[in-house]
Design a protein around this ligand. Sequence first.
Ligand code: NAI
Length: 266
Amino acid sequence: PDYSLSVMSAVSEPVAIITGAASGIGLALVKHLIAKGWRVVMADINDVAGLQAAQDLGSDRVVFHKTDVGSWSDQVSLFQRAWQWSGMGRLDLLVANAGIFRPDDICDTGSDDTPKEPALEVLKVDLFSVFYGLKLFVHYSKKNPQPSGKVVVTSSPTGIYPFPFGPEYCSAKHGVIGLVRSMGPRLQKQGIYINAVLPGFVLTGATPAAVSSLVPEDYLTSLGAVCKAYDMFVDDFTHFGQCLEVSVDKVYFSNPPAYCDEAQAF
Ligand code: NAI
């Protein structure tokens, strides 16, 4: 197909899809990007909170799309909507941020002979969803004469350290880092820059009250500090396959051992 006409009708502002946009880190990022002049498609499974948040923003540069990121067909429809809304010509950024935390004690197998099935919903929402979004982002970026764009994944320090309180969550967050580091160099050659932000402890809707009361105030990371960490990837075309930890008010790259650079050459 000839996309030259649709490129001409594309909106002039950069366009982002942000998942998990109805609250917490996602919503803070929506506000941050809107203030910087972006258009944002807000995706979330919670349509009540999402529609309300979009309405409260009072901007014609946001639109809400109900999406279960763990569903491939939901993500297909999200990207179709975003592509149409952008004038069928641009998709600049995906922030794959939606996530859930559901603790499940793997040692609790139940009392009878048949063990309980592990709760793997977390892997679907926190890990598979990123594969879905990335595949679709690559697909749509190919529609542009010069493919380019950014993907930023919200991982967590539990993506590089052990987290015995949530092994599924920890595995999913490790998994997305594996994806980012593996695909970073290859996608960069195609003009797509994929990186991960690993926020420290941020008080959001997802934080159980019992946990937040245990965390000392000077250990908390603010939403403002998290947004600045995303800026390092959104505004810049030098990083790819990187993980940026943001803890309290400090940001630092978490690098794999040097031999990995040589492995990337293959
Ligand atoms: P939050 O609960 O405030 O936001 C998560 C959003 O994702 C919610 O609006 C929720 O409705 C949405 N969501 C849940 N399941 C979904 C699905 N299947 N499809 C679409 N949307 C879905 O939590 P928060 O803290 O803003 O979390 C955002 C991301 O940050 C998550 O990936 C989380 O794991 C990560 N993170 C959070 C940290 C924290 O301390 N709050 C620390 C490190 C990482």
